[in-house]
Design a protein around this ligand. Structure first.
Ligand code: LLP
Length: 416
């Protein structure tokens, strides 16, 4: 559930008319709903119940400072993949002691920064990364808390949409090799083994693969215990899907409760790294129809948002719902391809969408709060859109629209 609803045919973001925002701040523009973000986080938090643990929002999904700040105020933890994301968390008032640091390519300076800030755990993805982290921690004279990210190789036959949990990708280490690598880690003087980590993929719409992965990780925890290595927390990553079209993903509450139940009376804390399921449906991208262009084969609505603003449709053929900001009945419904001004055939936000359109109409691309603005670019020297956060009847500009000066400032011509 989210807080983007129609009132008398007009789309509202919480208590603010989207058309008013478009009027005041121009288009394209991202609009986020504070209440929706809070609701999604709280659903996760509540489902943990008495189980010790952390809900570490995956910053990569939407790293706007205000989004992080809203979650930090609720006591959220954060999953980061770079020193840059760590800086954002700190500036947004997040607690570094609730941060887990994931990613396959952490650089020494990033490790140093994270150790100085006092992150909760490093999710280490390879043996060589263990060596690097141990060396950096030794320089600083500290012990680095670590989990090893393991690849539980959950059954791809049953769940073909899972990509990152399989043996043949760059993430994590093979779970069968994990006991040996854990033994090495435990013997390193500047590492402290505290957890086991995995992340099996994104946009999963059933709980079964997560439970499969959990079973395999629990078996590993038992093996490690026999080796004298005692694990304190399990990090099951992110990956719970959202409804873009017809998907029926479980609610966060349902998903977390099942994990918690499976943990039974084991004294393990549970860490989760949800991104999309917190942020996606807390955001829309508002755009205006510039021109309608009918050709023999297709109807094009040329809109002012483009692939540089929201790349998911072009990059993954992702389907996101596109709805009118003002529902009109005075035009016939037709199939429209919604295309941007960028010079690429792949520049579309939706194809063959049944809509009643006129030039000048406003449209909202739904589920744009995750992997939206964060994946935007300046391709075609387009200024990136503003980000607005609605909070009840209030609106805050949480990132202003870029200007050409912003874009050109780091560049220079050759000297005379
Ligand atoms: N933890 C790790 C280690 C991850 O790699 C990811 C996402 C997450 C957590 C958060 O996963 P989520 O709950 O958001 O599924 N750009 C793509 C999605 C890439 C996901 C990458 N990793 C998209 O727009 O669909």
């Amino acid at each position: 559930m989210d807080h983007f609803n129609y009132r008398n045919g007009e789309l509202f973001a919480e208590d603010v008319a989207v058309a008013d925002l478009a009027e005041r701040f121009g288009t394209p523009a991202y609009i986020y709903s504070r209440a929706t973000l809070e609701r999604h986080y709280q659903a996760y938090h509540k489902a943990l119940g008495d189980r010790p643990g952390l809900i570490c929002y995956a910053v990569k999904a939407n790293s706007n400072l205000a989004v992080l700040n809203v979650l930090a105020r609720l006591g959220a933890g954060f999953d980061i993949v770079s020193a840059g994301e760590l800086e954002r968390v700190i500036r947004a008032g997040g607690d570094p002691a609730k941060v887990v640091f994931s990613g396959v390519g952490k650089q020494p300076w990033e490790m140093r920064r994270a150790l100085e800030a006092g992150v909760h755990c490093f999710n280490v993805e390879s043996e060589t990364e263990l060596d690097r982290l141990n060396a950096v921690a030794a320089e600083l004279g500290v012990q680095a808390p670590v989990s090893l990210r393991v690849n539980p190789d959950v059954d791809a036959g049953t769940h073909p949409y899972i990509s990152t949990g399989l043996k043949e990708n760059k993430f994590g280490v093979d779970i069968t090799q994990a006991p040996a690598i854990y033994a090495r880690a435990a013997a390193m003087s500047n590492l402290e083994v505290i957890g086991v980590d995995c992340h099996i993929g994104s946009q999963l719409t059933t709980v079964a693969p997560f439970l499969d992965a959990l079973d395999r990780v629990l078996a590993l925890v038992d093996t490690l215990a026999e080796q004298g290595i005692h694990i304190r927390h399990l990090d099951m990553g992110g990956g719970l899907g959202v409804r873009y079209q017809q998907e029926q993903p479980p609610e966060p509450y349902e998903y977390v409760s099942q994990l918690v139940e499976r943990l039974g009376d084991r004294s393990l804390a549970l860490v989760l790294e949800p991104g999309r399921s917190i942020a996606a449906n807390a955001g829309i991208l508002v755009t205006r129809v510039e021109f309608l262009k009918r050709t023999e084969h297709r109807n094009f609505a040329i809109i002012d948002a483009a692939m540089n603003d929201l790349i998911r449709p072009a990059l993954y053929s992702a389907w996101q719902d596109i709805v009118p900001v003002h529902q009109r009945e005075d035009e016939p419904e037709q199939q429209w391809d919604l295309v941007g001004p960028v010079c690429e055939t792949g520049d579309f936000l939706g194809k063959e969408r049944p809509l009643k359109l006129r030039a000048g109409d406003l449209l909202a691309v739904r589920s744009a709060g995750a992997y939206g603005f964060v994946m935007s670019s300046n391709y075609n020297t387009r200024n990136r859109p503003p980000e607005l956060m609605v909070d009840g009847a209030d609106v805050h500009v949480v990132r202003r629209r870029e200007t050409l000066d912003d874009q050109l400032a780091p560049e220079s011509c050759l000297p005379e």
